[in-house]
Design a protein around this ligand. Structure first.
Ligand SMILES: Nc1ncnc2c1ncn2[C@@H]1O[C@H](COP(=O)(O)OP(=O)(O)OP(=O)(O)O)[C@@H](O)[C@H]1O
Ligand SMILES: [Mg+2]
Length: 359
């Protein structure tokens, strides 16, 4: 995938920019508070139809304005796509090749950018929901049935939650039956992607760090230690726990409680990783996803790497640049540093107060 051009009108601190990008590496640099992350956010918006920093659409429009727009011309597997997003107060209108996009889920199955940002890293580290969303977003792309299964599970969970609050045992049993069928399917897809991640993760971590250390990704399936995973056993387990669930008024067991974590030479991330190690491990995970998508779907996601080099030592920075250059993705990297090292491997853009100039 390549974003060829980007036009921003009254988006965050950009009044008006119209820029063409390199199909390889784009290095964006500038002092603090100039608009680097805002630019990355606009590119993320084009591929995810949402921001990674706010759920309020109106936050994205320049203060004092009511309407903003993001326009881009991108290509995927040699097909061009014209994307126009208009943000009007809290409403978002998306045109894809002049046609209105009614379903975000359909749109985002076509495109993908992988984001590394300090905010995203904190959220990933802190919240199991973020980790599940990260895995799910990739599974939606590579496993066509997975999206339907998650949608179905969420529908069942919502209905069951209402009944749990009302304590209607007979009705709850019926929803448990439906849940017991879909849960093993979700687990199976999640297990499969974790297996795929582990086929490449260790090698990527070694390439980035130059260290002979073993990075592994784990899936903690909520029901694993509680029951075996056949529909009958899950149904039996949920029946046993019905009173407890009624007491709480919401579903306590299932894939919405699943967790993911990493280990480095057997030591668990949150307890044992240094700040830098967590950053590299998270970046390795994104790059593992990149490899999986490229291999399975035949296109390369866009890599959005915001403020990537802070806290990384010089060796890791150099190895990362070498890895990314070899990976042949379109890359947007931001930094506060002047990009001497990047001058000959891509295009550089200097950002100052919402203005952008080529270096
Ligand atoms: N809706 C908005 N309208 C106008 N300005 C905004 C809006 N939202 C954010 N800004 C401003 O945009 C500026 C640039 O923000 P951004 O996060 O892109 O900076 P940055 O270049 O990434 O800085 P850093 O290096 O510190 O990460 C900030 O000063 C912020 O206050
Ligand atoms: Mg920033």
């Amino acid at each position: 995938m390549v974003i060829h051009s980007l036009k921003l009108n009254d988006f965050r601190n950009y009044e008006n920019i119209d820029v063409e990008f390199n199909s390889g590496i784009n290095f964006i640099y500038g002092k603090n508070g100039q608009g680097k992350t805002n630019l990355i956010e606009s590119l993320y918006l084009v591929t995810h139809l949402k921001s990674f920093r706010t759920s309020k659409v109106s936050d994205l429009t320049l203060y004092s304005k009511k309407i903003s727009s993001v326009q881009t011309d991108l290509s995927k597997q040699n097909v061009r796509h014209d994307i126009r997003i208009t943000l009007h107060e809290n409403l978002k209108k998306v045109l894809h090749n002049q046609k209105i996009v009614n379903y975000t889920s359909e749109y985002i199955k076509n495109f993908l950018s992988l984001l590394f940002s300090p905010d995203q890293l904190v959220a990933y580290k802190e919240f199991p929901l973020e980790r599940r969303n990260f895995i799910d977003r990739i599974l939606f792309l590579i496993d066509k049935k997975y999206f339907q299964r998650i949608k179905e599970f969420n529908r069942i969970k919502k209905q069951k939650n209402v009944l749990l609050r009302n304590g209607k045992k007979g009705d709850i049993f019926v929803w448990n039956q439906l849940m017991a069928v879909v849960i093993p399917e979700i687990i199976e897809s999640r297990e499969l992607i974790v297996e795929k991640i582990n086929e490449v993760l260790e090698k990527i971590f070694k390439a980035l760090t130059g260290r002979d250390a073993c990075l592994k990704f784990f899936y903690g399936n909520d029901l694993n230690s509680k029951t075996d995973l056949s529909p009958d056993s899950i149904l039996k387990y949920l029946a046993e726990k019905m009173d407890q669930e009624i007491g709480n008024g919401y579903c306590l067991f299932g894939p919405h409680k699943d967790n993911f974590w990493m280990t480095l030479d057997g030591k668990k991330d949150r307890q044992a990783f240094s700040q830098g190690e967590y950053r590299i491990a998270y970046l390795s995970l994104q790059l593992a996803m990149n490899k999986i998508i490229s291999g399975m779907l035949g296109f390369k996601p866009i890599l959005l790497l915001d403020d990537i080099f802070s806290e990384l030592d010089e060796t890791v920075c150099e190895n990362t640049i070498a890895y990314i250059t070899r990976s042949d993705n379109q890359v947007f990297m931001t930094s506060t540093a002047i990009p001497e090292k990047f001058m000959d491997i891509g295009d550089s853009f200097c950002i100052s107060n919402g203005g952008l100039s080529t270096a």
